[in-house]
Write a protein that binds this ligand. Structure first.
Ligand code: ADP
Ligand code: MG
Length: 679
C-alpha cells in the first residue's frame, strides 16, 4: 500500500473533506492512520431509559424532534430533543453544538453517554457524547474520540476509518527493531480497540516508534553538525573582562556560566549549535551581546535576528550604544529601514560588524563579508527554511556559529529526549532586585470595583499599564478555544471604552495589522513614558522591555495557553517596582487550572512542566514550532521506554549507509531532523 497516497484515495473522502483534512495537516493515507484518537469513550452497559438513575449514564436509542433555539443570555445556542428506546424517552440537551442537528439519522440507533440530572423541573440527559451504535465495539463498548476539525467530528472520523478498515492489513513495517506486523496491529487497535489492554499495547508501540524517530533524528543531526566547519573564535579574556567591568550592572552567575559555555563552543572549528533558555527578564540579550563582542574581536560579523521589528529596534537600542563604546559598528535593518542599499553595501564590505534585524535580513539578499555568529531571538518564531538561508550567507565552506534564544522553557523531561543532542545553556536566575509579579484572577464583573482604582493608582505613581485583548476588531473572534466571539472585547472597542472612562489619561492602541513604522512609533512613545495605558494584542508578547510598565491586564485570559500567558506577564516586573497582573475571565465559570497555576507560580520552568502534563508534548512543542513537530503520544515520563528507544537508535546508527534501505523511516525522520537542528 502507498502510505504517501492522498487521503482522497480512501473511500468516502471527497475533495471537500480532503480540503478540511489538509488544513488539519492530514494529507496522506499515513497522516490519516496516524491521526490518533485523543481519547476513548466507554459506552458499555447501556441502561433502559425507564430505569435511569441520576448520574453518569449510557443509553441506547433513536433521536426524535431535534430543535435548536437561542438563549438570550450570553449568545448560547441550545439543541434539544428526545432519545427513545423501547422503554421510554428522555430529553437530551446540548449547548453550542449546532452540528448535532445534522448528525443523527432518524432510523439509526446511537449510544449516548452523559449526565442524567434534574434541571428546570424535569429530568434530562445533559451534553452527552454520542456514537453510532454499529461503530462501537460490542465487547469493549469503546469508541475512539477524535479532535474535531472544521466541522468534521468524531463520528465522521469513525465513519471514514470504518470504510478503510481492510486497508490496515496492508500497512508495511517501519522499524527494524520490532517484530513484523506490530505496527499495523498497533494502528488498527488504536482506532478499533477491543479492550483497554489493546489500547495500552497500541500506545506503547506508537510511543516507542515516535521516540525512536525523534532520538534517531537528533543523533543524525549531531553527526551532520559535526561534519560542518566553522571559523574558530579565540577567547579574549582581557577584553571581555574590560567589557563586563563597564556594564551598568553585575552579571548574574547564570549569565556568566552561559557566556562561558558559548565562548568555549565558539573556540571550536565545528559550528556552535546552542540554545539559550531563560525565563522572561533573565537577561538573555546581554549574553548575546557578549557573544557578539567576542565574535567582533576575532574579526567576524554578527547577525542578530528578532521576530518583530519592535523587538529588533529594542535590541538595537539596547546593545548598539553599549557595543559602540567598544568600537563595534552596529546597524539596524528591518522592513522600515531607509537607505537600505547603502547599508547593505556597508554590510557586504564588512564595515558594519553587527547587524540587528528581522526576517528582512534573510529575505532581502543581504550579503556579509565574514558572517561568524548568528543569534536568533525567540528561535521558534523562525522557520527551518529561514535558518537554512542564513547558513548560506556565511563565507565559503564555513557555517556560522549559531545561538538561539528562547523564553519558552522546554521542560526538562522533553529536553532529555528530544533535545538530548542539542547543547543548552540555562539562565535560571533573575537579576537582583527584581520584584515579583503578583497575579490575580478577576471575573470581569469586578472590573470597575477592583481594577479601575488599581489603574488610576498605577498611573498616578507615574507608571504604565498594558491592557491585552484577544482581537483587533469587534466580532472578529480570535480563537476556537470555546470563548464566544461576542464575549471578546477588541483592542479598538476597549481603547474607546477606556478613553471614555479615563478622559485625562493617554491611551493608545497597538496591534499586528498596523504598519511597522506606526507600531515602532507607538512602542517608542510607550517606552518614553508618553502613554499611560497601551491597549494591545499579543504583539507585545515577545521580549518587549519597558521597565516602567508595572500593571498588566489580560482580558479573556482563558483564551490563551499557559506559556503564552507567562510570556505576556513577563512584560511587567522588569523594573524595581512591584508589578501586578490581572487575568480577566468572562462570565461565571470557575477559572481553569491553567490560570490558577499562573496565579500560584512565576517560574517558567515549573509552568512548562505543568503545561506538559496538562496538554501533552505535542502542544508544547507546537508552541515552539507551530505544530511542525507533532508529538502525538510519546510518553516522556516513561524512562524505560526512552532508554530502550535510545539504545535501539544507537544500534541502528551502526548500520551506516545501510540505514537507507529503511526508506520510509529515513524520509519520516527528516521532518524531525529539520526541527531539532538549529541550522
Ligand atoms: P530577556 O531574557 O527576557 O530577553 P532582557 O535581555 O530583555 O531579558 O533583559 C531584561 C532587562 O534586564 C534589561 O533591561 C536588561 O538591561 C536587564 N539586565 C540584564 N542583565 C542584568 C543584570 N545582570 N543585572 C541587572 N539587570 C540586567
Ligand atoms: Mg529577550
Amino acid at each position: 500500500m502507498d502510505l504517501n497516497a492522498s487521503v482522497e484515495t480512501l473511500k468516502g473522502v471527497g475533495p471537500k473533506t480532503a480540503e478540511i483534512l489538509k488544513k488539519a495537516g492530514i494529507r496522506t493515507v499515513r497522516d490519516f492512520f496516524y491521526n490518533l484518537p485523543r481519547d476513548y469513550e466507554n459506552f458499555q452497559a447501556a441502561t433502559s431509559i425507564s430505569e435511569l438513575r441520576p448520574g453518569k449514564v449510557v443509553v441506547k436509542g433513536k433521536i426524535e424532534n431535534l430543535t435548536s433555539r437561542r438563549a438570550k443570555k450570553r449568545n448560547l445556542s441550545i439543541i434539544e430533543g428526545l432519545v427513545r428506546d423501547e422503554t421510554g424517552a428522555v430529553k437530551v440537551v446540548w449547548f453550542n453544538q449546532s452540528y448535532r442537528l445534522r448528525q443523527f439519522a432518524p432510523d439509526k440507533e446511537y449510544l449516548f453517554s452523559g449526565t442524567f440530572e434534574f434541571k428546570n423541573g424535569r429530568f434530562q440527559l445533559t451534553s452527552p457524547s454520542s456514537a453510532l451504535y454499529t461503530d462501537v465495539d460490542l465487547r469493549s463498548g469503546l469508541a475512539p474520540i477524535y479532535v474535531a476539525h472544521g466541522g468534521l467530528k468524531s463520528n465522521d472520523f469513525r465513519r471514514f476509518l470504518n470504510s478503510a478498515r481492510d486497508k490496515f492489513a496492508e500497512i508495511p513495517d517501519l522499524l527494524p527493531t520490532v517484530k513484523s506486523g506490530v505496527r499495523r496491529e498497533a494502528l488498527f487497535y488504536a482506532h478499533f480497540p477491543n479492550s483497554e489492554k489493546s489500547i495500552a499495547g497500541a500506545r506503547e508501540y506508537l510511543a516507542y516508534e515516535e521516540l525512536f524517530e525523534l532520538i534517531l533524528a537528533a543523533k543524525l543531526n549531531r553527526r551532520e553538525n559535526e561534519k560542518l566547519r566553522a571559523t574558530p573564535v579565540k577567547f579574549d579574556a582581557g577584553k571581555i573582562r574590560d567589557f563586563v567591568a563597564k556594564l551598568p550592572f553585575k552579571l548574574t552567575n547564570a549569565q556568566r556560566r552561559a557566556a562561558w559555555e558559548i565562548f568555549q563552543d565558539m573556540e571550536k572549528n565545528t559550528p556552535m549549535n546552542r540554545l539559550l533558555q531563560g525565563d522572561v527578564g533573565s537577561g538573555k540579550t546581554m549574553v548575546a551581546a557578549l557573544a557578539a563582542y567576542e565574535a567582533f574581536l576575532s574579526g567576524g560579523q554578527v547577525a542578530i535576528l528578532a521576530p518583530t521589528a519592535i523587538l529588533a529596534s529594542q535590541h538595537y537600542e539596547g546593545i548598539g550604544p553599549l557595543l559602540g563604546g567598544f568600537g563595534v559598528k552596529t546597524a539596524l535593518l528591518t522592513g522600515a529601514t531607509k537607505k537600505k542599499p547603502e547599508l547593505k553595501k556597508m554590510i557586504a564590505s564588512g564595515e558594519v560588524n553587527v547587524v540587528v534585524g528581522t526576517h528582512a535580513l534573510l529575505t532581502d539578499n543581504t550579503e556579509f563579508s565574514n558572517l561568524t555568529l548568528v543569534v536568533i531571538d525567540e528561535q521558534h518564531r523562525f522557520g527551518v527554511e529561514q535558518r537554512q538561508k542564513l547558513t548560506l550567507k556565511s563565507p565559503k565552506d564555513k557555517a556560522p556559529h549559531l545561538l538561539a534564544m528562547t523564553a519558552t522553557p522546554i521542560p526538562r523531561s522533553l529536553q532529555l529526549t528530544i533535545f538530548g543532542d542539542l547543547d543548552v545553556s540555562i539562565l535560571d536566575e533573575l537579576p537582583k532586585g527584581r520584584q515579583p509579579i503578583e497575579t490575580k484572577i478577576l471575573p470581569e464583573i469586578e472590573l470597575s470595583e477592583k481594577l479601575y482604582p488599581e489603574i488610576l493608582k498605577t498611573v498616578k505613581a507615574g507608571q504604565q499599564v498594558y491592557w491585552i485583548c484577544k482581537a483587533i476588531e469587534d466580532g472578529a473572534g480570535g480563537d476556537n478555544s470555546g470563548t464566544n466571539k461576542a464575549d471578546i472585547t477588541s483592542v479598538k472597542a476597549r481603547t474607546k471604552r477606556l478613553q471614555e472612562l479615563f478622559p485625562k489619561l493617554k491611551i493608545e492602541l497597538l496591534h499586528g495589522k498596523m504598519k511597522p513604522l506606526e507600531k515602532d512609533e507607538v512602542m517608542g512613545r510607550f517606552s518614553e513614558g508618553k502613554i499611560d495605558i497601551l491597549v494591545s494584542t499579543t504583539v507585545v508578547e515577545v521580549g518587549v522591555d519597558v521597565p516602567n510598565a508595572t500593571l498588566m491586564i489580560i482580558e479573556n485570559a482563558e483564551g490563551y495557553g499557559l506559556a503564552q500567558l507567562h510570556q505576556l506577564r513577563g512584560r511587567v516586573g522588569r523594573g524595581s517596582v512591584k508589578s501586578d497582573c490581572f487575568l480577566l475571565t468572562s462570565g461565571d465559570a470557575t477559572p481553569s487550572r491553567r490560570l490558577k497555576e499562573l496565579e500560584k507560580s512565576s517560574d517558567g520552568f515549573h509552568l512548562a512542566e505543568v503545561d506538559l502534563k496538562m496538554r501533552g508534548p505535542g502542544e508544547i512543542y507546537g508552541a515552539l514550532q507551530h505544530g511542525a513537530l507533532d508529538l502525538r503520544i510519546a510518553s516522556l515520563s516513561d524512562t524505560k521506554l526512552i532508554q530502550k528507544a535510545q539504545k535501539d537508535a544507537e544500534n541502528f546508527l551502526k548500520l551506516g549507509p545501510g540505514m537507507l534501505q529503511y526508506k520510509e523511516l529515513m524520509d519520516g525522520i527528516s521532518k524531525y531532523q529539520q526541527i531539532t537542528t538549529l541550522n
